[in-house]
Design a protein around this ligand. Structure first.
Ligand code: SF4
Length: 220
Protein backbone atom coordinates (compact mmCIF):
# COMPACT_ATOMS: atom_id res chain seq x y z
CA UNK A 1 0.00 0.00 0.00
CA UNK A 2 1.27 3.43 -0.89
CA UNK A 3 0.01 5.44 2.06
CA UNK A 4 0.30 9.15 1.39
CA UNK A 5 -1.35 10.48 4.53
CA UNK A 6 -2.92 9.58 7.83
CA UNK A 7 -5.45 11.30 10.06
CA UNK A 8 -5.18 9.65 13.43
CA UNK A 9 -8.64 10.58 14.65
CA UNK A 10 -11.76 11.75 12.82
CA UNK A 11 -15.31 12.24 14.09
CA UNK A 12 -16.84 12.83 10.66
CA UNK A 13 -15.41 10.42 8.08
CA UNK A 14 -17.13 7.25 9.32
CA UNK A 15 -20.76 8.05 10.19
CA UNK A 16 -21.47 7.58 13.92
CA UNK A 17 -17.97 6.24 14.62
CA UNK A 18 -14.58 7.52 15.69
CA UNK A 19 -12.15 6.60 12.98
CA UNK A 20 -8.61 6.76 11.71
CA UNK A 21 -8.38 7.87 8.06
CA UNK A 22 -5.80 6.39 5.71
CA UNK A 23 -5.12 8.28 2.47
CA UNK A 24 -3.74 6.13 -0.34
CA UNK A 25 -1.42 7.67 -2.90
CA UNK A 26 -2.38 7.62 -6.57
CA UNK A 27 -5.59 8.06 -8.54
CA UNK A 28 -6.58 7.16 -12.09
CA UNK A 29 -8.89 10.18 -12.44
CA UNK A 30 -7.94 13.84 -12.89
CA UNK A 31 -11.02 15.64 -11.63
CA UNK A 32 -10.19 19.31 -12.30
CA UNK A 33 -11.67 20.33 -8.96
CA UNK A 34 -9.80 17.72 -6.90
CA UNK A 35 -8.37 19.03 -3.62
CA UNK A 36 -5.86 16.22 -3.20
CA UNK A 37 -3.21 16.93 -5.77
CA UNK A 38 -0.49 15.58 -3.44
CA UNK A 39 -2.32 12.23 -3.61
CA UNK A 40 -3.15 12.37 -7.32
CA UNK A 41 -0.36 14.06 -9.30
CA UNK A 42 2.94 12.15 -9.11
CA UNK A 43 4.95 15.38 -9.26
CA UNK A 44 3.30 16.41 -5.96
CA UNK A 45 3.72 13.07 -4.17
CA UNK A 46 5.39 13.16 -0.75
CA UNK A 47 7.22 10.30 0.95
CA UNK A 48 4.87 7.46 1.80
CA UNK A 49 4.21 6.20 5.34
CA UNK A 50 5.33 2.57 5.79
CA UNK A 51 2.40 0.18 6.05
CA UNK A 52 3.90 -1.46 9.17
CA UNK A 53 3.94 1.92 10.93
CA UNK A 54 0.24 2.40 10.19
CA UNK A 55 -0.69 -1.14 11.29
CA UNK A 56 1.32 -0.67 14.48
CA UNK A 57 -0.51 2.58 15.22
CA UNK A 58 -3.87 0.88 14.63
CA UNK A 59 -2.94 -1.88 17.06
CA UNK A 60 -1.97 0.64 19.74
CA UNK A 61 -5.11 2.76 19.23
CA UNK A 62 -7.58 -0.11 19.16
CA UNK A 63 -9.29 0.89 22.39
CA UNK A 64 -9.84 4.50 21.26
CA UNK A 65 -11.07 3.98 17.71
CA UNK A 66 -14.14 2.23 16.26
CA UNK A 67 -13.20 2.19 12.62
CA UNK A 68 -10.75 2.82 9.83
CA UNK A 69 -11.54 4.73 6.65
CA UNK A 70 -9.53 3.96 3.53
CA UNK A 71 -9.72 6.89 1.15
CA UNK A 72 -7.54 8.48 -1.50
CA UNK A 73 -6.50 9.16 -4.09
CA UNK A 74 -8.28 6.02 -5.21
CA UNK A 75 -7.78 3.04 -2.87
CA UNK A 76 -8.79 0.41 -5.45
CA UNK A 77 -5.67 1.36 -7.44
CA UNK A 78 -3.52 -0.24 -4.70
CA UNK A 79 -2.40 -3.72 -5.71
CA UNK A 80 -2.42 -5.06 -2.16
CA UNK A 81 -5.63 -3.36 -1.01
CA UNK A 82 -7.44 -6.63 -0.26
CA UNK A 83 -4.68 -8.09 1.90
CA UNK A 84 -4.38 -4.77 3.73
CA UNK A 85 -8.12 -4.79 4.46
CA UNK A 86 -7.81 -8.34 5.81
CA UNK A 87 -5.04 -7.23 8.19
CA UNK A 88 -7.02 -4.27 9.51
CA UNK A 89 -10.23 -6.30 9.80
CA UNK A 90 -8.42 -8.94 11.86
CA UNK A 91 -7.82 -6.25 14.51
CA UNK A 92 -11.57 -5.98 14.95
CA UNK A 93 -12.07 -2.58 13.34
CA UNK A 94 -15.06 -1.47 11.34
CA UNK A 95 -13.83 -0.62 7.85
CA UNK A 96 -15.10 1.98 5.41
CA UNK A 97 -13.93 2.21 1.80
CA UNK A 98 -14.23 5.42 -0.23
CA UNK A 99 -14.03 4.88 -3.98
CA UNK A 100 -14.52 6.62 -7.31
CA UNK A 101 -16.07 3.38 -8.62
CA UNK A 102 -13.62 2.99 -11.49
CA UNK A 103 -12.58 -0.60 -10.71
CA UNK A 104 -15.69 -2.74 -10.26
CA UNK A 105 -13.74 -6.01 -10.20
CA UNK A 106 -12.02 -4.85 -7.00
CA UNK A 107 -15.30 -3.63 -5.52
CA UNK A 108 -16.85 -7.00 -6.34
CA UNK A 109 -14.04 -8.82 -4.51
CA UNK A 110 -14.33 -6.51 -1.49
CA UNK A 111 -18.09 -7.17 -1.33
CA UNK A 112 -17.87 -10.92 -1.92
CA UNK A 113 -15.19 -11.35 0.73
CA UNK A 114 -17.07 -9.02 3.14
CA UNK A 115 -13.88 -7.06 3.78
CA UNK A 116 -15.55 -3.75 4.63
CA UNK A 117 -18.58 -2.60 6.60
CA UNK A 118 -19.31 0.56 4.65
CA UNK A 119 -18.72 1.72 1.08
CA UNK A 120 -19.01 5.33 -0.08
CA UNK A 121 -18.90 5.88 -3.83
CA UNK A 122 -18.61 9.18 -5.63
CA UNK A 123 -20.91 9.63 -8.59
CA UNK A 124 -19.34 12.65 -10.22
CA UNK A 125 -22.14 13.70 -12.57
CA UNK A 126 -24.55 12.36 -15.19
CA UNK A 127 -22.96 9.73 -17.42
CA UNK A 128 -22.88 11.89 -20.55
CA UNK A 129 -20.71 14.47 -18.75
CA UNK A 130 -18.50 12.01 -16.90
CA UNK A 131 -15.36 12.30 -19.03
CA UNK A 132 -15.21 16.05 -18.54
CA UNK A 133 -15.80 15.79 -14.80
CA UNK A 134 -13.00 13.28 -14.29
CA UNK A 135 -10.57 14.86 -16.76
CA UNK A 136 -9.78 11.66 -18.71
CA UNK A 137 -11.35 9.35 -21.28
CA UNK A 138 -12.89 6.51 -19.35
CA UNK A 139 -15.46 3.76 -20.03
CA UNK A 140 -18.46 4.97 -18.06
CA UNK A 141 -19.96 1.46 -18.13
CA UNK A 142 -17.50 0.63 -15.34
CA UNK A 143 -19.03 3.34 -13.17
CA UNK A 144 -22.49 1.95 -13.89
CA UNK A 145 -21.28 -1.53 -12.99
CA UNK A 146 -19.87 -0.34 -9.66
CA UNK A 147 -23.11 1.47 -8.82
CA UNK A 148 -25.14 -1.68 -9.47
CA UNK A 149 -22.73 -3.86 -7.46
CA UNK A 150 -22.89 -1.55 -4.47
CA UNK A 151 -26.66 -1.06 -4.72
CA UNK A 152 -27.21 -4.82 -4.77
CA UNK A 153 -24.84 -5.52 -1.89
CA UNK A 154 -25.89 -6.00 1.70
CA UNK A 155 -23.04 -3.76 2.88
CA UNK A 156 -24.02 -0.36 4.27
CA UNK A 157 -23.32 2.19 1.59
CA UNK A 158 -23.83 5.69 0.33
CA UNK A 159 -23.44 7.54 -2.94
CA UNK A 160 -22.35 11.14 -3.06
CA UNK A 161 -21.85 13.95 -5.52
CA UNK A 162 -19.79 17.10 -5.15
CA UNK A 163 -21.77 19.77 -6.95
CA UNK A 164 -19.22 21.70 -8.95
CA UNK A 165 -19.73 23.94 -11.96
CA UNK A 166 -19.49 23.50 -14.91
CA UNK A 167 -19.62 19.70 -14.53
CA UNK A 168 -22.70 19.20 -12.40
CA UNK A 169 -25.99 21.08 -12.42
CA UNK A 170 -29.47 20.35 -11.13
CA UNK A 171 -30.39 18.39 -14.28
CA UNK A 172 -27.37 16.10 -13.71
CA UNK A 173 -28.29 15.52 -10.08
CA UNK A 174 -31.84 14.61 -11.21
CA UNK A 175 -30.41 12.02 -13.60
CA UNK A 176 -28.18 10.54 -10.90
CA UNK A 177 -31.12 10.46 -8.48
CA UNK A 178 -33.21 8.47 -10.92
CA UNK A 179 -30.41 5.88 -11.19
CA UNK A 180 -30.19 5.76 -7.38
CA UNK A 181 -33.95 5.62 -6.84
CA UNK A 182 -34.78 3.62 -3.72
CA UNK A 183 -31.34 4.06 -2.21
CA UNK A 184 -31.16 5.08 1.43
CA UNK A 185 -28.34 7.60 1.26
CA UNK A 186 -27.37 9.99 -1.53
CA UNK A 187 -25.35 12.96 -0.35
CA UNK A 188 -24.92 16.22 -2.21
CA UNK A 189 -21.99 18.29 -1.10
CA UNK A 190 -21.04 21.78 -2.26
CA UNK A 191 -17.63 22.39 -3.81
CA UNK A 192 -15.17 23.91 -1.34
CA UNK A 193 -12.65 26.36 -2.68
CA UNK A 194 -9.03 25.57 -1.91
CA UNK A 195 -5.58 26.70 -2.90
CA UNK A 196 -4.64 23.09 -3.64
CA UNK A 197 -7.05 22.10 -6.40
CA UNK A 198 -5.63 20.50 -9.53
CA UNK A 199 -6.79 23.17 -11.99
CA UNK A 200 -7.00 26.47 -10.11
CA UNK A 201 -9.01 28.18 -12.89
CA UNK A 202 -12.09 26.38 -11.49
CA UNK A 203 -11.85 29.00 -8.74
CA UNK A 204 -12.98 31.66 -11.19
CA UNK A 205 -16.29 29.94 -11.99
CA UNK A 206 -19.38 30.87 -9.97
CA UNK A 207 -20.57 27.94 -7.90
CA UNK A 208 -23.98 27.00 -6.53
CA UNK A 209 -24.57 28.21 -2.99
CA UNK A 210 -25.33 25.96 -0.03
CA UNK A 211 -28.87 27.37 -0.05
CA UNK A 212 -29.40 26.41 -3.69
CA UNK A 213 -28.18 22.88 -3.05
CA UNK A 214 -30.44 22.61 0.02
CA UNK A 215 -33.38 23.55 -2.21
CA UNK A 216 -32.42 20.83 -4.71
CA UNK A 217 -32.39 18.30 -1.89
CA UNK A 218 -35.89 19.30 -0.87
CA UNK A 219 -37.15 19.03 -4.44
CA UNK A 220 -35.50 15.64 -4.93
S1 SF4 B 1 -11.55 13.92 -6.68
FE1 SF4 B 1 -11.15 11.79 -6.09
S2 SF4 B 1 -11.40 10.65 -8.00
FE2 SF4 B 1 -11.11 12.78 -8.59
S3 SF4 B 1 -8.90 13.03 -8.94
FE3 SF4 B 1 -9.30 13.59 -6.80
S4 SF4 B 1 -8.97 11.73 -5.63
FE4 SF4 B 1 -9.20 11.13 -7.77
Amino acid sequence: MRIGGLQKCSLIDYPDNISCVIFTQGCNFRCPYCHNRELVLPEHFQDTIPQEEVLDLLLRRRQYLDGVVITGGEPTEQEDLLSFLVKVKSMGYLLKLDTNGSRPHIIRAVIQQKLVDYIAMDVKTSFEKYQKAIGINFPVELIQESIELIKDSSITHEFRTTVVQPFCKYADVCKISSILKGEKTYRLQPFRRSSKIIYPNIEEIDQFSNEEIELWKEKL
